[in-house]
Design a protein around this ligand. Structure first.
Ligand SMILES: *[C@@H]1O[C@H](CO)[C@@H](O)[C@H](O)[C@H]1NC(C)=O
Ligand SMILES: *[C@@H]1O[C@H](CO)[C@@H](O)[C@H](O)[C@H]1NC(C)=O
Length: 495
């Protein structure tokens, strides 16, 4: 924690120095809504015909940075003001490296996705729309040694880490209860298919990674980083990495255990919220199990993490089976997505969620988005539009901003949960689309009184002066209420 403290002081001073250029500080990220992209699977440039890229394709399909630029309207019109793109650096020469997590040369850009100037063009195109660019980075390992990259303990093909001393000696991770083993052994099952594990105790390596990340962020005007495999590197490495990046970082610590994950927010601004991911996924399965587990986890997170509102929330990503592969009921998916967009923390929607893609485990969860024809009329695209309009309407509020206010639970039963965040009242159902109409009698003195409008259905309710109201949910649909009188000019429900 000693190092963590120094790290956060450094991060704070870097943020102050950069404030003249609209620095993407952690605070500036709190009201952002992130759309996650696997670059190879999102889009191709105008005029280019993409490969068919059928389900489970495990090779490059042709998506590029120019492809993302050509589809920024699709993303912005859904209400997103930030994107996270998969890793950008040159990977080992293997068709299977389309995901980008197998670095070979940290100092050049993966030519499958375009050139350095294409990436700069993407960054500029985003900034001219007021959007942020988050880039995925890997500091734990380099790419799998295809084509003899790491043959005979000779890493000369990797840049800039080309000496045997830059790597931990080969061993496989055999005991996840031994943190040294997790940090210093290799991911993978053998030296030939494992991921060469950078020796982040070696000053040449950790200083090299700090120099690199600063240079990458600067060259491409990056606003934030998603950091891979954080639990596989010693904690004391991360404050220096985060402060050299000089922008908001959110790290992957793949574990559902808050006691294991929470200390990492002492060494990095934000963490991907795996502790809430598992209860959230379970809360919206059949049969409905109620919301006690969700509520308990939210309380545990509040008591253990440094700043829960800087955690990044998700329902799907490139490593997890898509939610509709677990539950086909769209009403349940819609409720879970509504929690992402209204609950505590920064929401991430994984590309394809808006099209209800239903691929299972990797590689089936990495479908090509062009197979959807970028349908902006799909049920989930339109749902996200509606809730994001409210996020946008309140984004600039400096007081009573529901996005940055922690939720307060006001009602729950075996198939419904209602919480409020100052003026916003969110009602979620786990009854499913064929469930009976639910009448939720809510009484909470903290409820905003007067007329509230559901930004999804546009129906209104009136809250009595003593905070009593009956909320009716039909067909298992969620509702997100906000005072009608405060929606003027938002474009929501005709305002
Ligand atoms: C933990 O893992 C390290 C690295 O593999 C190993 O050297 C050490 O013996 C292990 N400790 C225990 C208690 O097993
Ligand atoms: C950033 O740009 C400089 C100047 O062109 C170059 O020397 C450096 O290698 C670049 N850094 C990265 C990470 O690409």
């Amino acid at each position: 924690m000693h190092f963590a403290h120094i790290g956060s002081l450094l991060a704070a001073s870097v943020a102050l120095m950069g404030s003249s250029v609209d620095a993407a500080t952690p605070a500036a990220w709190k009201t952002r809504t992130i759309y996650q992209i696997v670059t190879d699977r999102f889009g191709v440039a105008n005029g280019v015909t993409p490969s068919s890229c059928g389900a489970g394709t495990n090779v490059y399909c042709g998506g590029t940075f120019q492809g993302i630029i050509s589809k920024l309207d699709y993303i912005a019109n859904m209400g997103f003001d930030a994107i996270w793109i998969s890793p950008v650096v040159t990977n080992v020469d293997s068709q299977n490296a389309y995901h980008g997590y197998w670095s070979q040369d940290l100092y050049s850009i993966n030519s499958h996705f375009g050139s350095a100037s294409d990436l700069q063009a993407l960054s500029s195109a985003l900034h001219s729309r007021g959007m942020y660019l988050m880039v995925d980075v890997v500091a734990n390992h380099m790419g799998q040694q295809v084509n003899g990259n790491y043959a005979s303990n000779n890493p000369s093909a990797y840049k800039p880490f080309n000496q045997p001393s830059h790597y931990h000696p080969f061993c496989t991770i055999s005991n996840y209860n031994n943190q040294t083993n997790v940090e210093q052994c290799w991911l993978g099952s053998s030296q030939s298919d494992g991921l060469p594990d950078l020796n982040t105790e070696n000053p040449t390596v950790y200083n090299g990674l700090y120099t690199w990340v600063k240079s990458l962020v600067g060259n491409y005007s990056i606003d934030g980083l998603r950091v891979d495999t954080v639990k596989h590197v010693r904690k004391d490495f991360w404050p220096g990495f985060n402060s050299n990046a000089g922008v908001y970082c959110t790290g992957e610590v793949l574990s559902g255990d808050p006691a294991y994950v929470s200390p990492y927010q002492g060494v990095m601004d934000g963490i991907l919220n795996y502790p809430i991911f598992y209860p959230l996924t379970r809360a919206f399965q059949k049969p409905a199990q109620g919301f006690t587990e969700m509520k308990n986890m939210i309380n545990t997170i509040r008591s253990q993490f440094k700043d829960p509102m800087l955690l990044t929330n998700f329902l799907e990503n490139q490593d997890q089976p898509r939610f509709p592969s677990l539950t086909g009921d769209r009403a349940l998916a819609k409720n879970a997505i509504t929690y992402l967009l209204t609950g505590d923390g920064i929401p991430i929607i994984y590309y394809g969620q808006e099209q209800s893609f239903n691929g299972g485990n990797d590689p089936y969860n990495r479908e090509a988005l062009w197979t959807s024809n970028y349908n902006t009329q799909s049920e989930m695209y339109q749902h996200i539009v509606k809730v994001n309009k409210l996020r946008k309407a309140v984004k600039g509020l400096t007081t009573n901003n529901p996005i940055t206010t922690p939720l307060t639970s006001v009602y729950d039963d075996s198939q419904a949960w209602v919480f409020r965040k100052v003026g916003m009242v969110v009602a979620l159902s786990s009854a499913g689309s064929s469930g009976a109409t639910q009448n939720l009698y809510v009484q909470a003195s903290s409820l905003p009184s007067g007329q509230l409008q559901d930004v999804i259905s546009c129906k209104t309710i009136s809250v009595g002066t003593s905070g009593t109201v009956t909320i009716q949910l039909t067909g298992g649909q969620p509702a997100v209420y906000y005072p009608s009188g405060s929606l003027g000019g938002s474009g929501i429900c005709g305002h």
